[in-house]
Design a protein around this ligand. Structure first.
Ligand SMILES: Cc1ncc(COP(=O)(O)O)c(C=O)c1O
Length: 391
């Protein structure tokens, strides 16, 4: 008999079949030279800025390849703190910053440090696809509060208030949201902050897409409730650096100290040459964000226009981010059926909205941060596919 695994393996297992299976199939077909258009992942079709790449190479050649202090080098944490102050108005220092292995690692570390077995953690449904396993890994129970299509995917904050129990420890949210692209309004952020304050909840605010919002600004939870908010962000989306794994959490000093101990037993320091390149990236954030914003805005509008009037795949215009939801309720298909049939017929890969929660079960998510020719061709194919559906 083989030795048993920890119960953790059940908590991090996918609920059903692997939601990314179609995406990886599409990627493999594309790599094999097939005429496939991949709209299933949020990886901007831009290059990492050249000065960032140059610095990484320079530091590699200078042998910056040894152990580094966990939690990130001081100049990098200072730069992240300065960028955070500039964006949110929240006064922080390097002591409030931990540099981690991407925003995903920041979410995982946050969940581990603030919640445990017996706790409840609230999230707004739909949510970024990794949240359920990330939260459950800590042992906590995830409680969904709807952000339904009928409210244009803004959260139902009365339902949020009603969902708070003595066991509630935290709320995890993303603004701008993936998949809906919704940016929480000032009024929503005020109410979430005041409920969190009243009930002593942590707020984990995932802001990886904030640079794609108008002027790169969104209403900030951190500025409203600095002692209880963990702001998670990264260079992945704004600097086309998804593969570099550069992210961070900004939060209270005590949180950072605990997170640093966790990072010591989990990561033991991130590569020095990557951190020096990240420092360059943070320094050139204005130019990088301007570029990604203009890129996303153009692609979003072009894709939206190209799909306007398609009843079986009705596009919904997002506030920010790099994704669009298509309302497929009139198609006569389930979202899983829609993405499978679309791929078979037209070799366009999109994601079944059920991956993000119950509220998007009748929606399909596409990423529009790709080159314009592929995007317009994808829209043509979706339109043609929709024309074949009886619904
Ligand atoms: C809402 C959200 N949070 C976090 C992440 C993870 O970002 P990172 O590449 O920095 O780990 C993503 C990536 O798609 C995302 O959409």
């Amino acid at each position: 008999m083989s030795p048993r695994f920890s119960p953790l393996v059940d908590r991090i297992a996918h609920d059903g079949s692997d939601p990314w299976a179609l995406h990886w199939r599409a990627r493999a077909a594309q790599a094999a030279g097939e005429d496939v258009i991949v709209l299933s992942v949020g990886d901007p079709d831009l290059d990492t800025p050249a000065p960032v790449v140059d610095m990484a190479i320079e530091r590699l050649r200078a042998h910056d390849t040894h152990y580094t202090e966990s939690g990130g080098r001081l100049p990098l944490r200072e730069a992240i703190a300065a960028a955070h102050i500039e964006r949110t108005g929240q006064q922080v220092t390097a002591d409030n910053v931990i540099f981690l292995n991407g925003a995903q690692n920041g979410l995982f570390v946050s969940a581990q440090v603030i919640s445990t077995v017996g706790d409840e953690v609230i999230t707004f449904d739909p949510m970024y696809a990794t949240y359920p396993a990330t939260l459950r890994a800590s042992g906590a129970t995830m409680v969904r509060v709807p952000a339904p299509a009928s409210r244009n995917f803004h959260p139902d904050l009365d339902a949020f208030e009603a969902a708070i129990t003595p066991r509630t420890r935290a709320v995890f949210l993303a603004t701008p949201s993936n998949p809906s692209g919704v940016v929480l309004t000032d009024a929503e952020v005020d109410r979430i902050a005041s409920l969190a304050e009243r009930h002593s909840l942590w707020v984990v605010s995932d802001e990886v897409y904030s640079g794609t919002a108008v002027d790169g600004r969104i209403p900030s939870l951190g500025a409203r409730l600095p002692g209880q908010v963990l702001t998670v962000s990264s260079l992945s989306k704004t600097h086309a650096m998804t593969g570099w794994r550069c992210g961070w959490v900004v939060g209270p000093k005590a949180f950072v100290e605990h997170a640093d101990l966790l990072a010591q037993c989990m990561i033991y320091g991130l590569p020095g040459f990557i951190q020096e390149a990240a420092l360059v990236a943070v320094g050139m954030r204005h130019a990088a964000e301007l570029e990604v914003r203009a890129f996303c805005r153009l692609r979003r509008d072009a894709f939206y226009r190209a799909l306007e009037g398609v009843a079986a795949a009705r596009p919904l215009l997002p506030d920010a981010g790099m994704f669009m939801l298509l309302d497929i309720r009139a198609s006569g298909l389930s979202a899983a059926g829609f993405v499978a049939a679309l791929y078979e017929a037209e070799r366009v890969s999109a994601l079944d909205g059920a991956v993000f929660g119950r509220e998007t079960e009748d929606f399909v998510r596409v990423c529009f941060a790709t080159d314009e020719a592929s995007l317009l061709e994808a829209a043509r194919r979706i339109r043609r596919f929709a024309g074949t559906l009886p619904g």
